[in-house]
Ligand binder design. Structure first.
Ligand SMILES: Cc1cc2nc3c(=O)[nH]c(=O)nc-3n(C[C@H](O)[C@H](O)[C@H](O)COP(=O)(O)O)c2cc1C
Length: 237
């Protein structure tokens, strides 16, 4: 049974049972009319009217059951995060960024902030527009490429213009300076956010091969994020 069926006053099952019962009653009544020997003849006008009445009642019942029994269109939960919560977003190839996202959210929660963690491939422009504060933790894979699960986001959302004027953000870019395209995806993400009018909370932090100094900087920066920084922004409808 779906959630809708559990909570609806008129479940489809109830409506079907009602229609079937009504049909059974009508059939029983009609059976009484054909009690004598069967004859093939044009029904008398009264029978036509009775049949029309039964048909119309059935159509009415179907309409009623369709209107009350069908699940209502449920809109997707666009912005599960509350106005004042921080959205921690990760893009990770081998798990480091994902782990850091978990640690970041834990740290923020322990300091009393409300946090949601999301994988970058679960986001779209609309969800970002509805967020007030987003922390991106993004690694670079291949030769300056996004992690595999972030490719679609990079190719669709990041190729679009999205008005992010109400979003405050920060980027932690993971990489390794031995690669030509150092922290390329995190940098590209940072440029895209800026180009779409999002306001950075602090400068992007590039992490070279899990550099602990850079990670400490990230930790102290995120702990200095103050809810009123984004709480006063206008509500997005
Ligand atoms: C196959 C491979 C390709 C990589 N390519 C790059 C790159 O082009 N630029 C870069 O800065 N770092 C690169 N890195 C380093 C990763 O970004 C870095 O190790 C990061 O911490 C991995 O985070 P993740 O586990 O969340 O993906 C590469 C690492 C691997 C294993």
């Amino acid at each position: 049974m779906t959630d809708h069926e559990k909570h609806s006053r008129f479940s489809p099952r109830l409506a079907n049972a009602f229609v079937l019962t009504a049909l059974a009653i009508v059939s029983a009544l009609l059976l009484r009319w054909t009690a004598g020997p069967w004859w093939i003849a044009t029904p008398r006008p009264g029978r036509w009217w009775a049949a029309a009445l039964v048909l119309m009642s059935y159509v009415g019942l179907c309409r009623w059951s369709f209107q009350h029994g069908r699940p209502k269109q449920r809109s997707l939960p666009d912005a599960p995060q509350s106005e004042a919560s921080i959205l921690v977003i990760y893009a990770s190839q081998t798990g480091v960024a994902e782990e850091l996202a978990g640690q970041t959210s834990e740290l923020l929660r322990r300091s009393g902030r409300s946090v949601d963690v999301a994988c970058i491939d679960s986001l779209d422009g609309k969800r970002l527009q509805q967020s007030r504060c987003a922390l991106f933790i993004a690694s670079t894979a291949g030769e300056g490429d996004p992690p595999d699960h972030a490719i679609e986001f990079a190719e669709t959302v990041m190729n679009d213009r999205v008005d992010l004027a109400t979003l405050k953000y920060a980027v932690l870019a993971l990489g390794d300076s031995s690669y030509d395209e150092y922290c390329a995806f995190g940098r590209r993400l940072d440029r895209w956010l800026e180009a779409n009018a999002a306001a950075s909370l602090f400068d992007r932090i590039d992490v070279d091969d899990a550099d602990p100094i850079a990670l400490d900087r990230w930790q102290s920066q995120i702990l200095s994020i103050d809810a009123p920084t984004w709480g006063k922004l206008p509500t997005c409808h």
